[in-house]
Write a protein that binds this ligand. Structure first.
Ligand SMILES: CC(C)(COP(=O)(O)OP(=O)(O)OC[C@H]1O[C@@H](n2cnc3c(N)ncnc32)[C@H](O)[C@@H]1OP(=O)(O)O)[C@@H](O)C(=O)NCCC(=O)NCCS
Length: 373
C-alpha cells in the first residue's frame, strides 16, 4: 500500500479521471468547450448531448435528441398520483427524489450497453422538468399539463408549469442557467453518483443519489438559501449591516465561496449582467441594491467571491419562479452531468472504496453487562 494520504473534505485529492469536464481557476470547460462559448451560443439540449455523447451534435443528431426527449416527457399517471400523495409541506427536492425514483420503475431501455445507458439518461432528463411542473400545479390545486412536443427544454418546463408559452427572455434565461448548471467535474453530487455507479447499481439510483446530495445547502441548496437571504432586506444599507455582523460572527453566507474557485466562479460572472438587466427591466432596483450590498460586503470583509448560486437565486426570483423549485431546476440541468459521469464510471469501472484513518478507542475486550458497573 502506498503512503497514507489524507485531507479533510478530500480537498485537492484527485479521486479519479474524467473526460467530461475540467474546472480550473481560469477556465471551466465541458468536454473541452469553454463555458463562455457554450453559454453564449448553445441550447441546453446541445450541451446535454455533448456531455452524454462526447461531441456537439450535428443538426440531424440534435433534432433526433430533441425528439427522444419529447418522447419521454410525459410522466405515467402512477408518478402523478405518487406526487399528489406527498404532503404539501414537503420540499421540492424531496418530492423530486421520490419522483425520479418512481420514474426508474418505468425503465425505457433493456440491458446495460452504452446506448441503453444513454436512453435512460435521456428519459431521466425528460421527466425531471415534468415532475417539477406537475408538483407545482398540484400544489396550486391544478392538474398537470401534457408536454407540447417541439418546445425547447427550457420553454417546455415553463409551459408545463404555467400553462402558457414563456417570453423569449424567460426562455433564454432559463436555458442559460441550465447550460451553466449542467456539469462541474467531481463536485459532491457527481462524485456521489459515481460512487453509486461504481457498485454497478442502475442509472436511476445514481440520479437519486445525486439529487439527495445536491439538496444540501452547502451544494445546490445554496441557490434557494441565497434568495431567502436577499429577501430578508428592504435596502442595501440593511443588507450591508447584517452581512458585516454575520461575517464578524463567522456566519456562512449562502451563495459565496467555493472549494476550487478562489478568484471567482466563471458561471456567476456570466450570469450576473443578464440578471442585472432583468432586474432593471422588471423595476426591481431595490433587490439589486440588496444583492450588490451583500456581495460587496462579503468580498470587502472576507475576500470571498460569489458562486453561481448567488446570481441564479435572484434570476429565478425575477422570473417569478417560486423559491422551492430553484434547486429542483438545478437538478433538471445537472442530470446531464451526473449521467455523463455515471456512463463514464460504469463503462470503465473499478469500485470506489477509499480507506479511513481510525481515530477511535484502542483495541479492548468485551465486558459483560453485569461487569460494566
Ligand atoms: C462552498 C463551500 C462549501 C466550500 O467549502 P470549503 O472548501 O470547505 O471552504 P471552507 O469552509 O474551508 O472556507 C474557507 C474559509 O472561508 C470561509 N467561508 C467559505 N465560504 C464562506 C461563506 N459562504 N460565508 C462566509 N465565510 C465563508 C470559511 O469560514 C473559512 O474561513 P476561515 O478560514 O476564517 O475559517 C463553502 O464556501 C460554503 O459553505 N459556501 C456557502 C454555501 C454555498 O454557497 N454553496 C454552493 C457552492 S457552489
Amino acid at each position: 500500500m502506498s503512503e497514507e494520504l489524507y485531507r479533510p473534505g478530500l480537498e485537492g485529492i484527485i479521486a479519479g479521471e474524467t473526460e467530461v469536464s475540467t474546472v480550473e481557476q481560469d477556465s471551466l470547460a465541458y468536454r473541452g468547450y469553454r463555458i463562455e462559448g457554450l453559454a453564449e451560443h448553445a441550447s441546453f439540449e446541445e450541451v446535454a448531448y455533448l456531455l452524454l455523447e462526447g461531441e456537439l451534435p450535428t443538426a440531424p443528431q440534435l433534432a433526433d435528441f430533441r425528439k427522444r426527449l419529447d418522447q419521454h416527457r410525459a410522466i405515467q399517471p402512477e408518478i402523478v398520483e405518487t406526487v399528489r400523495m406527498i404532503p404539501k409541506s414537503v420540499g421540492g427536492m424531496d418530492v423530486l427524489r421520490t419522483g425520479v425514483s418512481m420514474a426508474g420503475h418505468f425503465d425505457v431501455a433493456k440491458g446495460d450497453e452504452r446506448p441503453a445507458l444513454v436512453e435512460r439518461a435521456i428519459h431521466a432528463l425528460a421527466v425531471v422538468p415534468s415532475i417539477i411542473a406537475a408538483r407545482l400545479r398540484l400544489l396550486d390545486g391544478k392538474e398537470p399539463i401534457d408536454p407540447k412536443p417541439g418546445l425547447s427544454h427550457a420553454a417546455q418546463f415553463l409551459y408545463m408549469a404555467f400553462g402558457k408559452a414563456p417570453s423569449e427572455l424567460e426562455e433564454k434565461l432559463l436555458n442559460l442557467t441550465l447550460v451553466l448548471y449542467a456539469e462541474h467535474e467531481f463536485n459532491a453530487s457527481a462524485f456521489a453518483a459515481r460512487v453509486c455507479a461504481s457498485t454497478l447499481s442502475d442509472l436511476y439510483s445514481a440520479m437519486v443519489t445525486g439529487i439527495a446530495t445536491l439538496k444540501g445547502p452547502l451544494h445546490g441548496g445554496a441557490n434557494e438559501e441565497a434568495m431567502k437571504l436577499i429577501s430578508r432586506f428592504k435596502s442595501g444599507d440593511e443588507a450591508k449591516a447584517w452581512t458585516e455582523e454575520g461575517i464578524k460572527n463567522k456566519a456562512k453566507i449562502m451563495g459565496f465561496g467555493h472549494r476550487v474557485y478562489k478568484n471567482g466562479d466563471h458561471r456567476a460572472r456570466i450570469l450576473e449582467p443578464l440578471m442585472a438587466d432583468l432586474a432593471r427591466e422588471r423595476n426591481q432596483q431595490a433587490k439589486l441594491d440588496v444583492y450588490f450590498a451583500i456581495k460587496n460586503t462579503v468580498f470587502d470583509r472576507k475576500q470571498i467571491h460569489m458562486n453561481v448560486d448567488y446570481p441564479c437565486g435572484l434570476t429565478y426570483y425575477l422570473m417569478g419562479l417560486p423559491i422551492d423549485i430553484y434547486t429542483p431546476l438545478f437538478v433538471a440541468s445537472r442530470v446531464s452531468g451526473w449521467a455523463a459521469h455515471y456512463i463514464e464510471q460504469y463503462t470503465n469501472n473499478r469500485i470506489i472504496r477509499p480507506r479511513s484513518r481510525y481515530v477511535g478507542p484502542a483495541l479492548r475486550d468485551y465486558i459483560s453487562v453485569s461487569e460494566r458497573g
